[in-house]
Structure formats: C-alpha cells, structure tokens
Design a protein around this ligand. Structure first.
Ligand code: C2E
Ligand code: MG
Ligand code: MG
Length: 291
C-alpha cells in the first residue's frame, strides 16, 4: 500500500531527521521535517499555503462538476511540500483551523468567476470538529468570499479519530443546516468508517483509491459494488478516488458510481491551471468576467 499520509508518530519520530523525497515528487533534496515544524506557523501567516485543485467529474456524462482543494506549501527554501507531511504537524501545533480558514478564503477568491454549478470540496481533520466555532467560522468565510454554502462539500478524513461523537454530530449537523454537503473520505481504508457512517450525517462517500486500483479483479470489483450499493441504500452519492485508467472509469460507471476523481481526469493543479480547464470546458466568458 502506498504511503499517503505520514502517521503522526512517524512525523514526530522524524523531527530531527530527514524524510527523503516524500514531500517533493520531482526534487531530490530531502525534506528536513524539523524545518517544517519551525516554519509552518509563519508559512500560514505569510500566505505560503495554497490550494491546488483536482477536478471531479460525473462518470455517466463526463461533465466537470467541481474540484477538491488539496493543500500545498510553497516553502521559500524547500519548494513544494506535500500535505502528507505538514497536515499532521499543523494538527499537533494546533494550527489546523488557521490553515483551513486561510485556504478556504483563498479558494473563495479563486472560484469567484467560475460557473456557479461548480462545487468545491475541502478536507477537514476530525479533530477540528471539537471546535464549537468551526461551523460559524466556515459560514462567515463563505459569506465574505461570496461562495454559496450549497457549493461546498466538507470531506472528513480519518487521520485522527473523532474523540467526541456528540460534538462532531453537532458540528456536522450545523454545517448541513446551512446547505453544506458532507463526505466521508477514504471510505473502506480506515477502521471506523462504518461507525462514522452510522453515527454521523453524511451525504457522500468517497471510495478509497486502494479499491479502485484493484477494480480489475473480481474481489476488488465486488467490494466497490458493495460500497456503491451501500451508498445507494443510504441515499448518498458516491465518488471514486484515484481513477487512473479509462478501464477503471468504465467499470465504475457500470457499477453505478456517480462521480470520479483521479489522475485520468487531472492531477491536483494550481488555480490558474484549474481556471484554464474551466475555460476550456465553459468558454472564455470567465476571462472577460475576471478582467
Ligand atoms: P485526500 O483528501 O484523500 O485527497 C486525495 C489524495 O489522492 C491527494 O493527495 C491526491 O493528489 C491523490 N490522488 C488523487 N488522484 C489520484 C490518482 O489517480 N492516483 C494517485 N496515486 N493519487 C491520487 P494529496 O494532495 O497528497 O493529499 C493527501 C491527503 O492530505 C488528502 O487525502 C487529505 O487527507 C490531506 N489533505 C490535503 N489537503 C488538506 C487540507 O487542506 N486539510 C486537511 N485536514 N487535510 C488535507
Ligand atoms: Mg479528500
Ligand atoms: Mg481521499
């Protein structure tokens, strides 16, 4: 299995060391994690954190329906750093809210001239749900940025366990009451996915990409089919993550999966590139609106 997110214990252990290459696909320079710990707060405050956007498509029609915002850190000396490395650090530094709020405000600016039917998905760590102010703060940022709450999906990752289910339910219900949609991310990969599904009010399931990678085989296909059936029974939409081949997209469509996301449709990209993708699909009116 691929390492997608360094566990907190690994990041902590690696503090005085270097994690070679994990955070920087194209660079051969090591990422000294002690620098990340020391620099993250300043990085957030000085706008070095930015959203990259990965397209999400409707599988039946191939229509672009929105983007997932994925955090990147443009570190002045280390270059582009992966969220696998810095999200656990932001959680430990208690800076994860600040990071999320900064990114959402920036996304609101980026999406200002994109067609209104395009949605935005953001990732929220479960530990953020313990903060009673979270729903109000997200709503405030959306209002200031002019993004309708109905366009936002909050994806809950299972990086940290939800320690207080009552608080989590309160926060998620408040978001939902404002029209924000809720997705359970990386479904099937974690230990507690089914428990969360049973206890918390989700609208969408995102099937973990490890299952999409094995969809060519009988077992993988049956697992995905079961997840799609489960989602349909619960009246939820289902998105497949990590779609890399047209064969996978075809099978997913046949299985009734609603949405797809993966390198086949586009890698996470900076706002300008996402804007070009939107323009290519919906014409040049956007450029005129923005100028
Ligand atoms: P995620 O939310 O499950 O995001 C999907 C990850 O899969 C992204 O990795 C994306 O680049 C990668 N991916 C997408 N399509 C493919 C594919 O076809 N093949 C392969 N091999 N990978 C694919 P990324 O950007 O490194 O993000 C890793 C994780 O970091 C995210 O997983 C999410 O859990 C977390 N993360 C990212 N941004 C934020 C954020 O702003 N806040 C929080 N709390 N977590 C974030
Ligand atoms: Mg996600
Ligand atoms: Mg995911």
């Amino acid at each position: 299995m691929q390492l997608r997110r360094a566990p907190r214990w690994l990041v902590r252990l690696a503090r005085p060391l270097s994690l070679s290459g994990i955070g920087r696909r194209r660079s051969r320079i090591d990422v000294p994690t002690d620098r990340l710990w020391a620099d993250l707060r300043d990085g957030i405050a000085s706008d070095q954190l930015l959203p990259f956007y990965q397209p999400i498509l409707e599988l039946r029609t191939g229509k672009l329906i929105g983007f997932e915002s994925l955090a990147r850190w443009q570190h002045p000396q280390l270059g582009m750093v992966s969220p696998i490395l810095f999200i656990p650090i932001a959680e430990d530094l208690d800076a994860i809210n600040e990071l999320s709020f900064t990114l959402l405000a920036r996304s609101c600016r980026d999406l200002r001239f994109w067609p209104e039917h395009l949605g935005l998905s953001i990732n929220i760590s479960p530990m953020q749900l313990g903060d009673h102010d979270l729903p109000a703060k997200l709503i405030e940022i959306l209002a200031e940025g002019g993004l309708a709450p109905e366009r936002l999906t909050v994806e809950l990752t299972e990086g940290a366990l939800v320690s207080d289910l009552d608080s989590a339910r309160r926060a998620l219900t408040a978001l939902r009451n404002h029209g924000i949609k809720l997705a359970l991310d990386d479904f099937g990969a974690g230990y507690t996915n089914l428990k969360y599904l049973n206890e918390l009010p989700f609208d969408r399931i995102k099937i973990d990409r490890s299952f999409i990678g094995t969809i060519d085989g009988f077992t993988g296909r049956m697992i995905v089919r079961s997840i799609v059936t489960l989602a349909q029974s619960l009246n939820m939409h289902v998105t497949a993550e990590g779609v890399e081949t047209s064969g996978q997209a075809t099978i997913l469509g046949e299985l009734g999966c609603d949405h797809g996301q993966g390198f086949l449709f586009g890698r996470p990209m900076p706002a300008a590139a996402a804007q070009r993708m939107v323009e290519a699909r919906f014409g040049t009116a956007l450029r005129r609106a923005a100028s």
